[in-house]
Design a protein around this ligand. Structure first.
Ligand SMILES: [Zn+2]
Length: 468
């Protein structure tokens, strides 16, 4: 940097002055020397220089004084901001008098401040939280470091107003120490920021090798990242197309510490009620009534929990007190069946055309009379013949939609309504249990179900009295 110094070039003696000079010449030499000195003085005092920060040109400045006062200003502000004393500036500050450039006008103080503010670094004494022998987090005082460690011990404990809890023990699974260390002032964290860093972990970049079927989205999703975040750390990606074997950078962060805690906690818990079923011959088969509704009970339990961070790794019941016994629910299932009034020696009992929840019973329904039994089903479910017979009808029947009627002989017939499809045709002979059609939602119907009717000599009967 000093080799091309203007000052040296100008002060180098001129060989032409070596011959024996006359008086006039002496006067000339004197005048020349005065001029040269003046020029040197001028250059030394006011000539702008290039400020070099860590070897890089940073700004044309008026001189060292301007830089020193600006550095002092920045230092003062940082000391206030971080409540620290900055001693050793680790940034290299140099001056280049021989810089080449058109703009030789020095920057003003504010411009200089803006230009170098973020480029100055200081090493400071700090207290490090060291995990497994490695300084991970730097804080300005031992108290701050200790506070962060005390806080993280409590971080994963059960919280809430109704939680009655005694902490038996908390500790770290890793070796943890607080020790003096030097760090860059920018690495200093407050105890709150150190707590967050310990819980969240510090981001590290890991390499992922693209497998068959990977896409930016699946990789991002599997690693708690966004596609935009993935692109940001992989500027080499030119398109969305990934080739198996290609490598990508991923950001991983894992908690820095594992907190192992043992707590005893007393909680109130519900006790579920049991349900028992009784048979009731006063109800038709398929009908159900709740004789006694169940009521949940309550108990107070004391547990000893062992946790690793937020994961429960062990649970031991220390004591249990019943506060309220649960009440058993009693459900009565209908058991009454009616033999079909046919004199043909058949079984007399119809089989269920589909199995499902009964959504509407036979009988009075508001102002209308519901002439069949509605059984819940999904469109497309198979519907089976309730008994052997001949298909009397398989056609559209107004409100009943697609409807099949089967004649079982001796005056007994059954109807299957709101079907989505027919699997039989008129005149066909069917056996009991044959597939005849599919559940649907055709005609006047508010959802897919089977409307099933039983008729004896043309009169509607309650199907529940005939089903097995
Ligand atoms: Zn119906």
């Amino acid at each position: 940097m000093e080799s091309n110094n203007i000052y040296q070039n100008i002060s180098r003696p001129k060989p032409s002055l070596n011959r024996i000079p006359g008086k006039k010449v002496w006067m000339g030499v004197l005048l020349l020397l005065i001029l040269i000195s003046a020029t040197i003085l001028y250059i030394n005092s006011d000539s702008p220089v290039m400020l070099m920060v860590n070897g890089e040109p940073a700004a044309v400045v008026a001189g060292k004084d301007q830089v020193n006062s600006t550095v002092d200003r920045i230092k003062g502000e940082l000391e206030k901001q971080y409540s620290i004393t900055l001693n050793n500036m680790s940034t290299k500050i140099e001056y280049d008098k021989d810089f080449v450039g058109d703009n030789r006008k020095p920057v003003d103080d504010q411009q200089l401040y803006m230009l170098i503010k973020d480029r100055l670094d200081w090493q400071v004494d700090s207290w490090a939280i060291s995990i497994k022998g490695e300084s991970k987090l730097f804080l300005s005082s031992k108290e701050d470091a200790q506070k962060a460690l005390d806080e993280i011990k409590k971080y994963y404990l059960p919280k809430g107003e109704n939680v009655e809890m005694t902490v038996e023990e908390t500790g770290f699974a890793e070796d943890v120490a607080v020790e003096q260390a030097k760090c860059n002032f920018k690495e200093i964290k407050t105890s709150d920021a150190a707590l967050v860093a310990m819980v969240r972990g510090l981001d590290t970049i890991v390499t992922h090798t693209v497998k068959n079927g990977d896409s930016l989205w699946t990789i991002a999703h599997a690693n708690d990242m966004t596609v935009a975040g993935l692109r940001e750390i992989n500027p080499q990606l030119k398109s969305d197309f990934l080739k198996p074997g290609q490598t990508l950078n991923l950001v991983k962060s894992e908690p820095l510490l594992t907190i192992v805690s043992t707590v005893t906690t007393k909680v109130e818990e519900k006790i579920a009620f049991k349900t028992v079923y009784e048979s009731d011959t006063s109800l038709w088969r398929g009908q159900q009534t709740v004789k006694q509704p169940g009521v949940a009970g309550a108990r107070e339990v004391t547990y000893r929990l062992t946790k690793k961070n937020d994961q429960e790794v062990a649970r031991e019941t220390l004591s249990e007190t019943i506060i309220k016994e649960p009440v058993t629910q009693i459900v009565r299932n209908g058991a009454k069946v009616m033999v079909a009034s046919r004199g043909d020696g058949g079984s007399g009992i119809l089989s269920w055309p589909i199995r499902g929840r009964l959504t509407s019973m036979y009988g009075k329904r508001g102002r209308e009379f519901h002439t069949g039994l509605d059984i819940d089903g999904v469109t497309g479910d198979p519907v089976y013949a309730a008994e052997a017979g001949v298909v009397l009808d398989a056609a559209w029947a107004g409100n009943l939609g697609r409807c099949i009627t089967i004649d079982h002989g001796k005056g007994l017939s059954t109807r299957y309504a709101h079907l989505s499809a027919f699997n039989v045709s008129i005149g066909q002979t069917v056996k009991r249990g044959d597939l005849i059609g599919k559940v649907g939602n055709t005609g006047r119907s508010t959802g897919s179900h089977l409307h099933f009717e039983v008729r004896v000599n043309g009169n509607h009967r309650n199907p529940l009295g005939y089903l097995d």
